[in-house]
Design a protein around this ligand. Structure first.
Ligand code: ADP
Length: 298
């Protein structure tokens, strides 16, 4: 079962064009939608999750027309929004049981079996009787995954999964996501390149409401082979380098700026070749895509 998005557009009442003719074909597995803040990721996620209407376009999950058969889609959907509004005074077990009822799992025994299995899967069995108000950020995200997985959904949407997690929680959370069945379509939106690098076999980059790249991360990295160069500079010479070369990114290493440059050949004898990575793909595409001014309407 695949998710097909065709020419979806959305302009908010204040004139912001958040999505412009977005088309994507998303196969089962982990798909990363990468883009900076304001690119339109949440708008697209919320549209696919039937939480808001586009102005134009169509979305299909297998046989389901997402925009007209909302109930059918919701039965097959697990959605983990950026902020899960949890009820602080309720235990994880009680709330999960409640959501399982809403999802149509009627029998009490069946529900208990589902809840037990999900708590175990997200490693919250020991915390099942704790009120959610006492959960850490990472525990809340894991609880969110348990909610999203109720009823074995065919489509799982995860919006900005690692925002606000500390490094250890982030690793646990990504490991958990990576274990989700390969048969479901898992769509994760993020502005963090590493989330996509670590999890996704397919990806798209969105900027200013437009898809500017769609493909496999590994292939995109391979395409940059021989075109990425790096050099340690000084803070004083950095602006000159930015003027002269196609600087993709600057990172401090031991307090000194290291620039990465995109160039078909060695840009200058002072540069060394570097292995391309997904950040280089991201920054190359972001620079070469159309400018945001061209896609926003006042
Ligand atoms: P992302 O999730 O990539 O940060 P969003 O989809 O939240 O992007 O936002 C895309 C653009 O639409 C931004 O310019 C944002 O300010 C604007 N936007 C989002 N929601 C609304 C809204 N309800 N009303 C008006 N503008 C909005």
């Amino acid at each position: 079962m695949k998710l097909t998005i065709d020419d979806v557009s959305k302009t908010y009442p204040n004139g912001t064009q958040a999505l412009k003719d977005v088309s994507l074909t998303i196969p089962p597995g982990m798909f990363g939608l990468l883009g900076p803040n304001g690119a339109g990721k949440s708008t697209l996620m919320r549209t696919i999750a039937t939480l808001q209407e586009p102005d134009a376009g169509s979305v299909r999950l297998g046989d389901i027309d997402v925009l007209t058969e909302k109930q059918a889609l919701r039965k097959r959907l697990g959605y983990l929004p950026q902020e899960i509004g949890v009820y602080d005074n309720v235990t994880a077990e009680t709330l999960l049981d409640h959501f399982a009822t809403l999802k149509g799992i009627d029998g009490r025994d069946e529900r208990r079996r589902v809840v037990d299995a999900l708590l175990d899967r997200v490693n919250l069995t020991d915390a099942r009787d704790q009120e959610l108000g006492g959960y850490s950020g990472g525990m809340k995200r894991r609880f969110g995954i348990a909610v999203a997985l109720i009823g074995d959904p065919d489509l799982i949407i995860v919006d900005e999964p690692t925002a606000g997690l500390d490094p250890a929680e982030r690793v646990r959370f990504l490991n958990l996501l990576s274990e989700i069945g390969e048969d479901s379509v898992v769509l994760l939106s993020t502005h963090i390149v590493a989330d996509v690098r670590e999890l996704c076999t397919q990806m798209a980059i969105i900027r200013g409401g437009e898809i500017i790249f769609e493909g496999e991360p590994q292939a995109a990295i391979g395409d940059l082979e021989g075109q990425i160069w790096h050099k340690t500079v000084t803070k004083e010479t950095l602006p000159d380098h930015e003027d002269q070369f196609d600087v993709l990114s600057t990172k401090l290493v031991a307090g000194r700026p290291v620039i990465r440059v995109h160039s078909d050949g060695r840009p200058h004898s002072s540069f060394e070749p570097a292995d391309p990575d997904l950040e280089d793909v991201y920054f190359t595409r972001m620079k070469n895509g159309r400018s945001p001014e061209q896609v926003s309407v006042a």
